[in-house]
Design a protein around this ligand. Structure first.
Ligand SMILES: CC(C)(COP(=O)(O)OP(=O)(O)OC[C@H]1O[C@@H](n2cnc3c(N)ncnc32)[C@H](O)[C@@H]1OP(=O)(O)O)[C@@H](O)C(=O)NCCC(=O)NCCS
Length: 188
C-alpha cells in the first residue's frame, strides 16, 4: 500500500510528547513553491531534460520517452517511500525546475540523496541553495533520515558550491555510471 506523504513527527517543543502531522506533498521556501510530482508535470520535465546546458552533468539530453519513464519511476518512489521528486515554481507560477529526495544505491549501500535542476534562466540567483536547504531540513527533521548525500560530477562547480553552502562535507571522489563524482554528506 502506498505510504502517505503526510509525516508524523515529534516536535521539539515544551510538550515533547505532542506529535503533529506535517504535509510534505507541497511546501514553500521564501521564493519557490514545491509540488509533489504529478503526471501533468511531464511537459515541463520534457522541456527541462531537452536542454543541453541543464543536462550537461545529468547524463545528457533525454528524449520525451526517457523522461516519461523518469516520471513514472519517480512517481513510484513517492508511492513506495512517501517522498520523492517535487516540481518547483516561482511565486508567480512559472515552472523553474525540479528537486527531490530519493533512495540511491551507491557502491552497494542504500543511501538517500538530494538532487535539483533548474532552467537556465533561473541560475545564479540562489534558488538551488534555497531548495537544497529546504530538502535537507525535510530529510533530516521531518523524515528523520539518518543521513543525506549529494552526488555531483566533479566538474559541476556550481552544484558542488550549493552543497557546500548547505553544510554538506566532501566525503570522497568515486566513479558512478562511468563518471567521476564527488560524494558530499550532511552530518546529522
Ligand atoms: C547547479 C545548479 C542547480 C545551481 O543552481 P543555482 O540556483 O544557480 O545555484 P545557487 O545560485 O544557489 O548557487 C550557485 C553557487 O555556485 C557558484 N558557482 C556558479 N558557477 C560556478 C562554477 N563554475 N564553479 C564554482 N562555483 C560556481 C555561484 O557563485 C554560487 O555560489 P555563491 O552563492 O557563493 O556565489 C544549476 O546550475 C542547474 O540547475 N544546473 C543544471 C542541473 C544540475 O547540474 N544539477 C545538479 C546535479 S548534481
Amino acid at each position: 500500500m502506498p505510504r502517505s506523504a503526510r509525516i508524523d513527527c515529534s516536535m521539539n517543543d515544551d510538550t515533547p510528547r505532542k506529535r503533529r502531522s506535517v504535509a510534505i506533498n507541497h511546501f514553500a521556501t521564501s521564493r519557490l513553491t514545491a509540488e509533489q510530482l504529478r503526471e501533468d508535470h511531464l511537459a515541463d520535465l520534457v522541456a527541462l531534460h531537452r536542454d543541453a546546458e541543464v543536462s550537461r552533468y545529468l547524463g545528457g539530453v533525454r528524449t520525451p520517452e526517457v523522461t516519461k519513464a523518469y516520471l513514472a519511476a519517480n512517481m513510484a518512489h513517492w508511492n513506495q517511500h512517501g517522498f520523492g521528486l517535487w516540481t518547483l515554481r516561482t511565486k508567480d507560477g512559472a515552472f523553474a525546475g525540479r528537486a527531490g529526495i530519493r533512495h540511491i544505491v551507491m557502491e552497494n549501500v542504500d543511501e538517500v540523496e538530494i538532487f535539483y535542476a533548474f532552467k537556465g534562466e533561473f541560475w545564479g540567483r540562489g534558488f538551488a541553495s534555497e531548495i537544497a536547504t529546504a530538502l535537507t531540513g525535510i530529510g533530516l527533521s521531518q523524515l528523520a533520515l539518518p543521513s543525506l548525500i549529494g552526488i555531483v560530477n566533479v566538474g559541476n562547480g556550481a552544484s558542488r558550491r550549493v552543497l557546500e553552502k548547505s553544510n554538506y562535507l566532501l566525503e570522497r571522489i568515486t566513479s558512478h555510471h562511468g563518471e567521476e563524482v564527488a560524494i558530499y554528506r550532511i552530518p546529522q
